[in-house]
Design a protein around this ligand. Sequence first.
Ligand code: SF4
Ligand code: SF4
Ligand code: SF4
Length: 161
Amino acid sequence: MIIQERRGVFAPLLKKKARPIRPPYALSLEFFDQVCFTCKDKACSTVCEETIIFIDEDGLPKLDFKESGCTFCKECAKACIHGVLDSSKEDFIDAKVTISSAKCLAWNGTMCFTCKDSCEANAIEFFGVYRPVIKDNCTACGFCKSPCPVDAIEIKGVKGV
Ligand code: SF4
Ligand code: SF4
Ligand code: SF4
């Protein structure tokens, strides 16, 4: 009874955890939960030259694009000897990339093409001069995130296969 009352008091304060962005080349996203926490070497994170793979509090690898992005070099997949990553899979990160129209300079009337200039895949299209949107060919590599002067690029993990 006491526990229920406490839960009732604190429930509105509990925030839903954002889904982490996992490394590319996963055979199944479920393998991260099932295998990585027992992995001793965490080799995927140590070989990544872009240093975007970090180990989270559960012992699982997750990507952070604050400083850089994924070049799809496949080194993480080659280093994983535990069957979680497979370098023969496509160059793709299971994440959703969006541009916040509230934060974006262009959407608010200031000319800015910084994100487009940093996207090698040419996956950012401008409708007119002021309306950038992410196209379907986005690989979620993350290279557009850090150059944005107002942090308008949002990249969130999604549930995949
Ligand atoms: S090396 Fe493989 S098993 Fe180990 S943490 Fe990285 S993805 Fe998981
Ligand atoms: S493919 Fe290369 S750059 Fe991308 S996460 Fe793996 S090791 Fe890092
Ligand atoms: S995350 Fe998508 S839009 Fe951004 S640079 Fe990579 S491919 Fe381009």
